[in-house]
Design a binder for this molecule. Structure first.
Ligand code: AMP
Ligand code: GLY
Length: 426
């Protein structure tokens, strides 16, 4: 079977390596892929956001199944465009991808259908937003750009001056581009965060093993927000009782709400949750696999990923077993010094052969690498995610850190405390 995976990060690498476990996935292509994905798939130089380019390639090459992994092509309608050519794919169509593409949409959806989330107001006018801030005396307050902003469009403001500044920079200076024409101002919630990725065909929802992301750049959750500096799974805060409550109050109501709106969601629906003193609440929805959550969740999947994905596409998920191992997984991200602000690219990497560490029972997922004259070099802010799976979290963390220590390049940066909070909660 000829399969195309759209995207170029560690998440896509994890999806490709899992798909490859099925011998039927005989030919895998990646658009555009990266220097490490090139060891596992044929990389074609088409940008993930180039809807027409991807569709043309899929038609020309006789691709039989496409996995659209990143948010932007989903929001742009890549799944719809492939469907028009009769090519089945994994991911929500444009109408459903709005659950991530517009925070105003997702907040209004939750309000309308009684799904627990932070209290909020939406604004399309900077003066009205500023007036609301002046009358609201509760801090911190959270200001969010409506649209996709590479995970950076969320500002947690400690006082009135910071909140007014956030409104100004998002709505007037357009710091995050057009995604800031509308904003959400919401109440600040507290509690442990949990990421739950789920498979859904619009009728059945099957949560995957839970995970915990580490979003800040530096140890002890200091520094700027990033795409994620490491993950562990399962998340010890996500007990069976919490899972049951989330299924009843959040997961099923969300699937039903999307159906009621005529926006049936098929694909991976990601629930970003906060376990507040008042119960679990939705911080955000993503219309796709999380990155780097995927790098700990898929290694624990025992069922065949291609079979599960096709069941999602065909609407037969209820008949398809989805099993996870009881082991623990840890992923440590190795970034370029300076990320998420400016950083240098093109640094030669040592410690790898064919993209992996020889003789090491850990997987190196490539996030931002390129091959330059046959040499592997850095090509992004997040460069690798190194994942180890073991019987318990402490062993998985030790193995992931041991492996990550064997990879080197100039100005390498990683957090040293991934998983520590989870270990304390066990
Ligand atoms: P998001 O991109 O929406 O996931 O937000 C990024 C991060 O900001 C989240 O992972 C949370 O840590 C934090 N955050 C977002 N919304 C809130 C909120 N209402 N209260 C507290 N923290 C929040
Ligand atoms: N790791 C968070 C995300 O993928 O949005």
């Amino acid at each position: 079977m000829k399969i195309l995976v759209v995207g170029s990060g560690g998440r896509e690498h994890a999806i490709i390596r899992k798909l490859k476990e099925n011998p039927a996935a005989s030919e895998i292509y990646a658009a555009p892929g990266n220097g490490g994905i090139a060891s596992d798939a044929v990389c074609v130089p088409i940008a993930a956001t180039d809807v027409a380019g991807v569709v043309d390639f899929a038609v020309r090459e006789g691709i039989e199944y496409v996995v659209v992994a990143p948010d932007d092509p989903l929001v742009l309608g890549m799944v719809d465009a492939l469907r028009e050519k009769g090519i089945p794919s994994f991911g929500p169509d444009r109408a459903a991808a709005i659950i991530e593409g517009s925070k105003v949409f997702s907040k209004d959806l939750m309000k309308k259908y009684g799904i627990p989330t932070a209290g909020y107001e939406t604004f399309s006018d900077a003066a009205a937003a500023s007036e609301y801030i002046r009358s609201n005396k509760k801090y911190p307050v959270v200001v969010k750009a409506d649209g996709l902003a590479l995970g950076k469009g969320v500002l947690i403001c400690e006082d009135e001056a910071a909140a007014l500044d956030a409104v100004h920079s998002i709505m007037e200076d357009k710091k995050f581009g057009e995604s800031g024409s509308h904003i959400v101002i919401e109440e600040f919630l507290t509690g442990p965060e949990v990421s739950v990725l789920s498979f859904t065909d619009g009728k059945t929802v099957v949560p995957m093993v839970s995970s915990m992301d580490h979003k800040r750049a530096l140890d002890h959750d200091e520094g700027l927000n990033t795409g994620g500096m490491g993950t562990i799974a399962p998340n010890p805060y996500y007990t069976e009782a919490v899972a049951a409550e989330c299924m009843e109050k959040i997961f099923l109501p969300t699937i039903n709400a999307m159906n009621a709106e005529g926006r049936t969601f098929k694909g991976c629906l990601y629930f970003g949750l906060m376990l507040t003193p008042d119960g679990p609440k939705v911080i955000e929805y993503n219309c796709r696999f999380g990155d780097p959550e995927t790098q700990v969740v898929l290694p624990l999947l025992e069922s065949d990923l291609l079979t599960v994905m096709q069941a999602v596409t065909n609407g037969t998920l209820s008949e398809t077993p989805v099993r996870f191992s009881a082991d623990s997984a840890a992923c440590v991200v190795i970034a370029s010094g300076g990320y998420p602000l400016s950083y240098e690219k093109g640094k030669p990497v040592s410690g790898l052969e064919n993209g992996q560490i020889p003789g090491c029972d850990a997987t190196v997922y490539h996030a931002g690498t390129a091959l330059r004259d046959g040499t592997l070099v850095t090509n992004g802010g997040r460069v690798f995610g190194v994942t180890a799976v073991r019987g318990d979290l402490a062993s998985a963390l030790k193995a992931a850190y041991d492996a990550a220590g064997r990879i080197d390049f100039e100005n390498k940066h990683m957090r040293t405390d991934i998983g520590q909070r989870a270990l304390q909660a066990l």
